[in-house]
Design a protein around this ligand. Structure first.
Ligand code: SAH
Length: 250
């Protein structure tokens, strides 16, 4: 397939499907197929265990272009760089609850928050143990696919299928138009702010890294829930810099 044909199959050019440390190459192929069936083609692979591999090509059927054009990166940070919305999929509840979406409300959010100037990423975890807590805390929202009680963990590609199906459904007749005066902050900008905040909290003696409790996780949850825009993050960074100047000159 030519590049042009692959592009015309892509109804969601700003949506990245990110598979983290996938063990089985067949799942990568099956996920690529699930994506292309639903009009998504931007596949990111974070340190896949066994890729490229002919099993991925075989299982992708006519979505081999999606497999061949997959972006392979070595960290989740790289996979979500420049994204203003990051959603993590998870089969189970975690210790500190995070804003949770259904597949349908996730798809509505993805469709309504699409932009031309920055991307959205949806993360899928390892077959063996899903996403780590740290990876899940990099997401503004978690999404859980409801299942029967006895067995909540879907095959990876099946989970990709459900999420992508809902995105295509939600996109019916939806225009692409941002309705905010400032662009949203990217998750990397929020991450830099979190690092700056932590350093400053240590500096002023509010945060003790030797006894962190859940302070930074809870503050991270607060700021990811707020969904700050670019200007708001810049103001907060400026405020922290002013605090730093004051405490460091004392
Ligand atoms: N055993 C792992 C699940 C791995 S399934 C665990 O307990 O976390 C591989 C991936 O498929 C998950 O990381 C998630 O991205 C996706 N997935 C599987 N079942 C899901 C569900 N019910 N809801 C949302 N995502 C799911």
């Amino acid at each position: 397939m030519t590049d042009d044909m692959a592009e015309s199959a892509n109804l969601f050019p700003s949506v990245r499907i990110v598979l983290v440390e996938t063990s089985h190459p067949g799942n990568i192929g099956a996920a690529a197929r699930a994506m292309k069936n639903m009009g998504l083609t931007r596949l990111y692979l974070v340190s896949p265990e066994d890729f490229p591999n002919e099993k991925a090509v075989f299982r992708s059927a006519s979505a081999v272009d999606v497999v061949e054009r997959a972006t392979v990166v070595s960290s989740v940070d790289e996979a979500i760089e420049g994204c203003h919305l990051v959603v993590g999929t998870s089969a189970r509840e975690r210790r500190i609850p995070w804003p949770l979406l259904t597949p349908k409300s996730c798809a509505e959010k993805v469709v309504s928050e699409r932009r031309d100037d920055s991307d959205i990423a949806i993360l899928f975890g390892r077959e063996s143990r899903g996403l780590t807590n740290e990876e899940l805390h990099r997401c503004q929202f978690h999404v859980n696919i409801p299942t029967g009680k006895a067995y909540s963990s879907l095959n990876l590609a099946m989970a990709v299928q459900v999420i992508c199906y809902e995105i295509l459904q939600a996109a019916e007749g939806e225009p692409l138009e941002p309705d905010w005066d400032m662009p949203p902050a990217t998750t990397d900008a929020v991450e830099h702010f979190m690092t700056h905040l932590e350093e400053t909290l240590v500096d002023v003696g509010f945060h003790d890294p030797e006894n962190p409790r859940q302070l930074m996780t809870r503050l991270r949850r607060l700021f990811t829930r707020l969904r700050p825009d670019e200007m708001e993050i810049n103001m907060l960074r400026g405020f922290l810099t002013a605090v730093n100047q004051r405490t460091r000159s004392d």
